[in-house]
Design a protein around this ligand. Structure first.
Ligand SMILES: [Zn+2]
Length: 202
């Protein structure tokens, strides 16, 4: 699955969950409880922090979260498990530790997109200079605004820079269109900066 396909599926999921994600772990828990039938979220502290959460699918599915993490981490892990739940229906049991499998990548990237939507984040991102390790205050403010860790914001910046600088013509055009729409730029100004062939396909 490409990043663009993943983001489209996350857009659908976000709409299904009401459009805007609650900013706190408790709020997201309530939303899941209210909006997703046959899915129960259980929290329990684990001695080890190697496993953040797991998903057990059944007639009633269960997400088990390791509550030895902070509420901010728990909110991200819950989003991660929700991506598994909706996007990986063939998986009966998933134990989520630090892994680089394609499914884990999708769950992490999908959770980041669910909680820090590219469309809302782009204007913030544009204010953070390219050497974002020096932009501590802005990163911290963005983390608070979106209810995630600073690490997630840094990862988001890296990932979206890649996404929007993808080299194919199609990706460049749709990225520019999305940027124009969601960064509040005047559409005409954006079109004027595009090649003629690109303008025709819009
Ligand atoms: Zn996982």
């Amino acid at each position: 699955m490409t990043k663009a396909e993943l983001y489209r599926q996350v857009d659908d999921l976000r709409q299904r969950l009401g459009g805007r994600m609650p900013k706190t772990y408790a709020g997201l828990l309530s939303l899941v409880d209210y909006a997703i039938p046959h899915l129960r979220v259980v929290g329990h502290p684990m001695d080890s922090r190697k496993v953040a959460g797991l998903l057990l699918r059944g007639e009633e599915s269960v997400i088990l979260l390791n509550t030895s993490f902070t509420p901010v981490s728990l909110r991200f892990t819950l989003a991660h498990e929700l991506i598994h739940f909706f996007l990986h229906p063939e998986e009966r049991q998933l134990v989520c530790a630090r892994q680089n499998s394609p499914l884990e990548w999708q769950a992490n990237e999908g959770a980041a997109e669910l909680l820090v939507p590219r469309h809302s984040f782009l204007p913030t991102m544009e204010n953070i200079c390219s050497n974002f390790w020096q932009e501590k205050d802005r990163i911290a403010a963005a983390a608070i605004r979106f209810g995630v860790s600073e690490q997630v914001i840094r990862y988001r910046i890296k990932s979206l820079r890649q996404y929007y600088s993808a080299s194919t013509r199609y990706a460049a055009i749709s990225a520019a269109r999305e940027q124009a729409q969601f960064a509040g730029l005047v559409e005409g100004r954006q079109r004027a900066s595009m090649p003629v062939a690109g303008r025709q396909s819009l």
